[in-house]
Each structure stands twice: as structure tokens, then as C-alpha cells.
Design a protein around this ligand. Structure first.
Ligand code: ZN
Length: 309
């Protein structure tokens, strides 16, 4: 794809997503519009891995670094529609996107962010703000075919359960069987093998990166919403990406006193600073996986498209 086309497609996707992220975009999507023709398949595009800048000293960016250091723990904002304080949870994914391997309060981080902002065509302040993050989130979300469909008002169809594969006991956390599309399982297995081979901390704890939720039928999610009041907003009941057989929740560890999928800020902060998430951020795209940034544990495989209604 030419760079011009790539930029054009990026703008279209961003524009579509900006409409979507104005709402609380969860792992889920709006209800489908009946009678709408199925859109053409969408191929997610994951950019090649970038060489990270390790130069964290950037003269001239001291003031921006100072402001970022202050907002890191003190920014009052609602990046996913829910009030949050500070952006420490998202510092790793921001660093990944802007291609820097520096602390979030460093001048090198501010400079890299300014470079990214310039490439996006808006003010290159080097400051993390809700405006900047919403755009960065739009770029990340634009790699999820499920979300691209949702941006068109289309809820992906549920996978054909008969065609799904069952996870092995050694790759599943908990008692419930985990079902996924066979190719998604293959990609997952390649990824976990690489993670363990490349990172001793991940090899040392066999529970890390196990799957605790894969395919979930629309009926299951609706029942869970009704009986457990566990609706993840109202969207999970209507349309969850887990219906596709391409989405999986991975165990990344958890803060003391929290469950593996608790979206409490303290728990999400714990996870995003932990080795499993850090490894996934840096490497999962090699295997075709993308993350939903609000839920560190939620990953979708993009090697196949979701089915459309
Ligand atoms: Zn999930």
C-alpha cells in the first residue's frame, strides 16, 4: 500500500473512530442495524515494529517534561468515559505508539510525543492531554476489525461454534472451556512460546498469558449481564467482540485483592506495569494481536476477519 493511501486510509479510520470513541467504546459495540447489507471484509493493518528511541535526553523539552510529570498522576480526565486521575496506566501504550523507550516524565518522551503529534497533523506540544490520547486511541482502535465494523454500525456475527477449537488445560486459566477459531489458537500458541523463550519472568510463572475467556455466545453474555449485573456498560449484552472467536482475555497477573479482569484503576495500573503486558505491547503485533487499551488483558487476533451478519 502506498504511503499516500496509507495516510488516507488512516484518516478515514480515525474519522470513523472519532465518532465511535465519543461514546464509551468498550470491547463492545453498538447493536446492529437490522436489514443493513454486510460490509466488505476489513483487513486490519498493523504497522511494522518500529525501532524505539532510547535517547531520553532531549534538550529544549524540559518544560513539557515537567508538565507531563505533573499530569502523569494528576490529570483529571475521562479517556474512556469514566473519570480517571492521571495517565500512568496508559504510559506504556503511549510510549509504544510514539516509538520511544523512555520514562513518561522524560524530555525524550516529550520530544517523541511531539514528533508523533506533528505526524498526526496537530500541535506538537509534547504534552499528554485528553485530546492527544483520544487520537492515539483512535489509531490503536483502528487496528481492530471488530471496531471498524462497529464504526459502520455493524455488529460482527457470532462465530459458528462447531468450527471452534478447544483450549488445552495447560493454556486455560479456570474451569471453563475456552473456545477460539483454530487459527487464532495457533497464533496464540506461537506468541506464548516466544514470550516464554524471550522473557524469563514469563517462563517462570506458567499461569501468565493463560486464557481466561475466549469465545462467548451472545446468549451467554446477555445472561451474564442480566443475572450478574456484569454488563460492562450495556454494550457487552448487545455486542461483545468475544462472539467472534478471535478475542481472548489473557492472565497478566493482578493487584492484590482484585480479579484478573477487574477494571478498577489500581488493578489496570498493576497490569500495565507488569512484564506480561509490557512484552505483549512490544511483541504481540508480530503475531497479529491487538489490544483494547482500556482492558490490558483483552487481545484480538487480526489474522482473520470477524464474520459479518
Ligand atoms: Zn475480553
Amino acid at each position: 500500500m502506498s504511503s499516500l493511501l496509507r495516510v488516507g486510509w488512516g484518516l478515514v479510520v480515525t474519522a470513523a473512530l472519532l465518532g465511535l470513541v465519543a461514546f464509551r467504546v468498550t470491547g463492545c459495540a453498538p447493536a446492529p442495524r437490522p436489514g443493513r447489507p454486510a460490509p466488505p471484509p476489513i483487513a486490519a493493518e498493523i504497522p511494522p515494529r518500529r525501532i524505539l528511541s532510547h535517547d531520553c535526553q532531549a534538550p529544549g523539552w524540559e518544560q513539557a517534561a515537567q508538565i507531563n510529570a505533573s499530569s502523569l498522576g494528576g490529570l483529571y480526565w475521562a479517556p474512556f468515559g469514566r473519570d480517571e486521575v492521571g495517565w500512568r496506566i496508559y504510559a506504556p501504550i503511549i510510549a509504544r505508539e510514539i516509538g520511544v523507550d523512555c520514562p513518561p516524565h522524560s524530555t525524550g518522551f516529550a520530544r517523541a510525543l511531539a514528533d508523533w503529534q506533528r505526524r498526526q497533523g496537530f500541535e506538537a506540544s509534547g504534552l499528554v492531554s485528553q485530546f492527544t490520547f483520544i487520537r492515539l486511541k483512535g489509531v490503536v482502535q483502528g487496528r481492530r476489525p471488530f471496531v471498524l465494523l462497529a464504526a459502520q454500525g455493524v455488529c460482527a456475527a457470532a462465530a459458528d461454534e462447531a468450527g471452534l477449537a478447544v483450549g488445552r488445560p495447560d493454556e486455560v486459566l479456570g474451569d471453563k472451556p475456552v473456545l477460539l477459531r483454530p487459527a487464532a489458537f495457533s497464533a496464540y500458541r506461537r506468541m506464548v512460546a516466544a514470550a516464554r523463550a524471550e522473557t524469563p519472568e514469563l517462563a517462570a510463572d506458567p499461569d501468565l498469558l493463560k486464557i481466561f475467556s475466549g469465545y462467548r455466545s451472545p446468549a451467554y453474555d446477555a445472561a451474564r449481564c442480566a443475572t450478574q449485573n456484569n454488563c460492562n456498560g450495556r454494550e457487552r449484552a448487545n455486542c461483545s467482540p468475544h462472539r467472534t472467536g478471535l478475542a481472548m482475555d489473557l492472565y497478566l497477573g493482578h493487584a492484590p485483592g482484585f480479579l484478573a479482569d477487574s477494571s478498577a484503576d489500581a488493578n489496570r495500573l498493576y497490569m500495565t506495569q507488569a512484564p506480561a503486558y509490557r512484552w505483549l505491547l512490544a511483541n504481540a503485533d508480530r503475531f497479529g494481536f491487538v489490544n483494547y487499551p482500556f482492558e490490558p488483558w483483552h487481545w484480538e487476533w487480526t489474522g482473520e476477519n470477524p464474520q459479518t451478519p
